[in-house]
Design a protein around this ligand. Sequence first.
Ligand code: ADP
Length: 867
Amino acid sequence: MSLLQSSQLKIATAWAAILLSGAGIGWWNAGRHVRELTGQVVRGTTRAAIGFDAAEVRQLGAAGDAAHRGAVEARLRKFKAVDPRIRSIYLLRIDEATPQGVPLAHSGAAPVAAAETAARPGAAAAGLAHVLLTGEPTVEGPLSDGTSDWMRGWALIDDATNAPPRHVLGLDIDAEGWRTETWRAGFEGAFYWWILFGLPFAAWLVMRRQHEQREVIRNLSEAMEQSHSAIMIVDLEGRIEYANRGVCRQIGYGRRELIGREWGEFQTAAAGAGATGEMLATARAGRPWEGEWFSRRKDGTTYPVRGVVTPVKHRDGSLACFVAVYDDVTETKAREEELRDARDAALAGDRAKGQFLATMSHEVRTPLNGIVGFTSLLLETPLSSEQREYVQTIRMSTEALIQLTGDILDFARIESGKLKLDPLACDPRECIEDALDLLAAKAAEKNLELLHRVAPDVPAAIIADGGRLRQVLVNLVGNAVKFTERGEVEVSVAVGAAAGPPAGRPSAERAGHGPPDAAAAECTLVFSVRDTGIGIAAEHHAKLFRPFTQVDDTTTRRYGGTGLGLAICRNLVELMAGRIYVESQPGHGSTFSFSVRVPVAAPQQPNHDLAGLRFALAIGSEPLRRELAALAASWNAEVVTAANAAELAGGSWDVALVEVTETAARDLAGKGSTADWPPDKCLGLVPISLPNDLRASLRAHFRLLVNKPVHHDTLFGLLSGARVNAPTGAPPTQFGFRVLAVDDNATNRRLIKHVLGSFGCTVRLLEDGRQAIHELTANAGDFDVVLLDLHMPEMDGIAALREIRSGQAGSRAQTMWIIALTADAREQQRARAMESGVNDYLTKPLKLQELETAFRRLRSERMARKR
Ligand code: ADP
C-alpha cells in the first residue's frame, strides 16, 4: 500500500470514529432524556402515594361514605394542581379474584386508565403487575391512544402488613412531544460531540493539506530553480515572466534584467523573432513546440539549444502562459558531429574493404588464372623432367593461391553476412560426382579410390544452391584426399534426420532411409565423407570448425592449408539450415558429415532397369568393385565380378567394365598386341589423369574409355546402350560453336583461344565492350555465343550487356546466348550480371569442365529451340 493510500485510510478511520462516537453519544443522551421523564413520573407518583394511608383508602370502598370520598378526591385534585402536566390521579382497589382494578377515587378527569387497566390487564397492566409483585413504584408508557401520549406511574398504598385486597395510586402525566424531545436530546448530544471533535479534525486536515500543497509548490519552485535545464515562463505577448537559474547561467543575464523583456531578444537574428513567433504560434494553437534554435548570450555570442515550448492553460481552457524548457546542446552537437564523422569513416572503410575484396577478386585472381592456364599449356609441351617438375610446382603453388584468395573472399563474405544462397533445382548425385571429378586427379596421383554411394530414396532433384553444396563437398573430399595416404575416400548421401553425431556409427547410415517428407515436400539430406587417413584426436574435434584452426603446427608444415576450409563449410551448411560434425580417431580415418534441409524438386524415379543384362566387372579395388556391383544389382542387372580381366576370360556376359591402371595401360601399349577380351563388349575404366598418348593407345582395346570416378548415370547410359556417346577419356567434346570472346587481358585471351580450340570452336577475340557492340552490330550472324568478361576498361561487360539486350546492337545480338566470365566471384556481381541478361555465368579461372557444361547447356537450348 502506498504512503498516500495508508494516510487516506487513517483519515477515513478517524472520520468514522468521530461519526460513530457522536452517534453513540446521541443515543446515550436520548436514553438519558427518557430516564429523566420516567424518574419524574416515579417521583410524582411516590410523592402522591405518600399523601394517603392504607386505612383511609380502604375506607373509600365502604358504601355511603361520600364525605370521605369527597375529601380524598379534593386532596387528589390538589396534587394534580401541583404540576399542570398531570392529567389525573386516581386510587384503585385490586380485586384478586377477577383480578380487576376497581376505581375508588380520582382527581376529576375520568379514570380512563383505570378502566382500561381493568379491561386489559396484559400489556397495559405490566406496570401494575410489577408494583403488586414488588411493592416498588413503577412506570408504564409512554402510552398512546392515537391522539395524545402520556406516562403512567403506579405506587402501592398498602404496606406488607395489610391483608388483600390491595390498593394502588395511579398517576397519568402528559408525555406529549416526547418523541421529538428524545430525538432532539439525541441529536444535541451527537451534534455537540461532532462539533467538539469533528471541527478541529477538519481544520487540522485543511491545514495539513495546505501545508502539503505549500511543500509541493516549494519543491516545484526549488526544482525549477535548481534544474540544470533553462526554464522560462513567457506571457501571451512573448514577454518573460520568470526565468530560472539555468537561464541566467546559460545566457549570463541576472534574473531582474530578464523579467518583462521580449524572449525574442535573446535569440539570434536567424532564429529570432521568426523562430519565437513560430514557437509561440504553435503553443498558442494548444500544441507543444519542440525543436532546436540558437540562443544569444549577454556577450553577444550564440549557442545551439534544444527544447520544448508548452502552452499552460487555465481551468476553463483559456491560455495562461507558455513554459519553455531547453538545454545547451553545444557538446551534444559536437559529439554528433564526431559520430557522423566516425560513421562516414566507417562507411568509407567498409567501401574500401569492399573495393579491396573486389580488387583481390579481380586483379589478383586474373593473373593467377593466367599462370595456371599457361602452366597447364606448358605441361603439354615437351619438357625435361626437371622443367616439368618446376612447372608443376608453379601450377600447384598458383592453384593454392587461387584457393586461398577464394577462401578468404568467401569467408569475408560469409562473416559480413553478404553471402546469399542461390537455390535452384539441382541433382545431389551430380553435386557429389562433380566434387569427386575435381579431386579425381589428385586422388589418382595418390592411388586413392574415390567411391560414392547414393541411397535409393534420395530425390532426383532438390532446391538448393548446388554451387555451395559442391563447395562444401569439394572442401571435405579435398581434405580427405589430402590427409589420406592409402585406401579410399567415400562420399555417401542418404535421407535422414538432422541428428547430431551418433555414438559409434556414421550418421548417414544410422539416419536410415525413410522416404522424404512428402507432405512438406522437404527432406533432410545427410552427406558423409569418409576417409581412411590419419584421423583426428577427439580433443581437436571441437576446434576444427573455427577459422584459421588446424590440428597442430606440423599439419601446416606437412600438408599446408590455412584452416579456413572447415570454417567456411560450417557457415555454408548453417546457411542451408543444417549442421556439420566429425567422427574420427587417430589412425582410423575420419568421417565428416553434414545435413541440409531442402525442398524436394523431383522425387527419385525407379525407372533404372537393366533386367536381363549380364554385366562383368573386372576391378582391382575391392571397395570400388563392391560399389559398382551393388549399383548394377540395384538396376536388376546380373553381375559377374572379378579382380582382373583375365578372370573374366571365357565367361558369358554382355558388357564388361575393365579397370586399367596407368601401369596396366603402359603394359598394354608396350605389348602392342590385342587384349584378352573382345574390345567391342568392353569399357575401359581409367584414371582421369591418364596421359592422352596412353588413352589413344587404349582406344584399340575398348569400345569406350570411362574416367574414374564413374558417374552413375553415365554407367547406366552405357550399360543400357542408350548413351553410346557418353563422356569418355577422349578429347573434349567438339561443339563447333562460333564464339565471340571479349576480355581486356591478353593472357586470358590467349588462354580462352586455346581452350575454345580444344572444344572445336572458332573464336574472334576482342578487348572491350565497345568493340563487342560494334562487331555484333555488324556481324552478329557470324556468332553462336558471346563469352564476355565483366571487368573491362572503356566499356565494361555489364554496360555492354545492357546495350546488347536493349537491342542497340541489332535484334540478332539481342537474343544471342551470352556467357559472362569474370574473376569477381562475389554474389552481387553474379546477381547483377543475371539481372542484366546473361544466359550463363562462369568464374575464373576458367575450368574446362565448367565451360564444357556451359556449352552443353547452350547445345540443349539450341536443340530445344529447333524442336
Ligand atoms: P586446411 O585444410 O586448409 O588447413 P581446414 O579447415 O579444411 O583447413 O581443416 C582444418 C584442419 O582439420 C586441417 O588442418 C587438419 O588438421 C584437420 N582435418 C581436416 N580434415 C581432415 C581429415 N579428413 N583427416 C584428418 N585431418 C583433417
